[in-house]
Design a binder for this molecule. Structure first.
Ligand SMILES: NC(=O)c1ccc[n+]([C@@H]2O[C@H](COP(=O)([O-])OP(=O)(O)OC[C@H]3O[C@@H](n4cnc5c(N)ncnc54)[C@H](OP(=O)(O)O)[C@@H]3O)[C@@H](O)[C@H]2O)c1
Length: 232
């Protein structure tokens, strides 16, 4: 079993150099799949909510047609397509908004920004599911214990906007004093767009009894169990 989690994940970097994004996330994944095929290994490819365009008004099913709107999403989808076409024994696990102790992730960035500013601006038109990498890892361990290959959506359940996620992070970190300003993606000059609503519905893994808890519970435990490493 090969778990392929490496990727060029810098969305702005992917937009600036889409060929590099394709080389790493598309061709790189094809090479991993080729090695799996040659050695008769199964493969798990970690993919993303950003393969979807965010226009669906409900959560995306595993069977929904991807339609990425940025170079990162297009390159991750290229990786998925290589895995699908080259291997019989594969899991494609789409996830979203990962965080874990020690990483350069959204909770750490929010707390870092709050240490320097008394007001932060966060978007309300990017909605997905914050997911503790530990919960995802535990779900993956359960999933690969079975030969039920295919596409899976694994995130902590529920969804929120970046604004709401930051609000909860600041509360849990005891920084409710920071003022949050609600903005939309069009208000700032990012070179890319993120899907506006890319919640992932977990149908396939739920049928196997694998369901991740609500994002609020996971975030709270993350702060309770690893406060120092969470950046407090
Ligand atoms: N973070 C999220 O919110 C999120 C959401 C959905 C899906 N995902 C997916 O989850 C996986 C892990 O994401 P992450 O946020 O943990 O990523 P990350 O922190 O950016 O780490 C990416 C890893 O990939 C390695 N890597 C990058 N380019 C490489 C290359 N050309 N050759 C070999 N290794 C390379 C990096 O190695 P170095 O450290 O040596 O550079 C690093 O260890 C990715 O597949 C990503 O697409 C992430």
């Amino acid at each position: 079993m090969v778990i392929h989690a490496a990727a060029h994940t810098d969305t702005a970097g992917c937009e600036a150099d889409p060929e590099l994004a394709m080389r790493v996330n598309g061709e790189g994944t094809r090479q991993v799949a080729l090695a799996c095929r040659q050695s008769d290994a199964a493969m798990l490819y970690v993919s993303t909510n950003e393969v979807f365009d965010g226009q669906k008004e409900e959560a995306y099913l595993e069977s929904d047609e991807p339609n990425p709107i940025n170079a990162y999403g297009r390159s991750k989808l290229a990786g998925e397509r290589h895995v699908l076409s080259m291997l019989r024994r594969f899991y494609i696990v789409r996830t979203a908004w990962l965080y874990a102790a020690g990483g350069n992730n959204f909770p750490a960035k929010v707390l870092q920004a709050a240490a320097n500013k008394s007001e932060l601006s966060l978007v309300t038109d990017e909605v997905a599911s914050p997911t503790w990498a530990r919960d995802l890892a535990q779900a993956i361990v359960r999933l690969i214990g079975r030969p039920t290959y295919g596409i899976y959506h694994l995130t902590n359940s529920g969804c929120c906007s970046r604004y709401q996620w930051a609000q909860r992070i600041l509360e849990l970190a005891g920084r409710g004093d920071v003022t949050l300003r609600a903005i939309v993606q069009a208000d700032y000059d990012a070179p890319y767009r993120k899907p506006s609503h890319s919640e992932l519905a977990n149908q396939a893994a739920a049928a196997l009894g694998i369901v991740l808890r609500p994002w609020q519970e996971a975030l709270q435990e993350y702060f309770l169990t690893a406060p120092a490493r969470a950046g407090r």
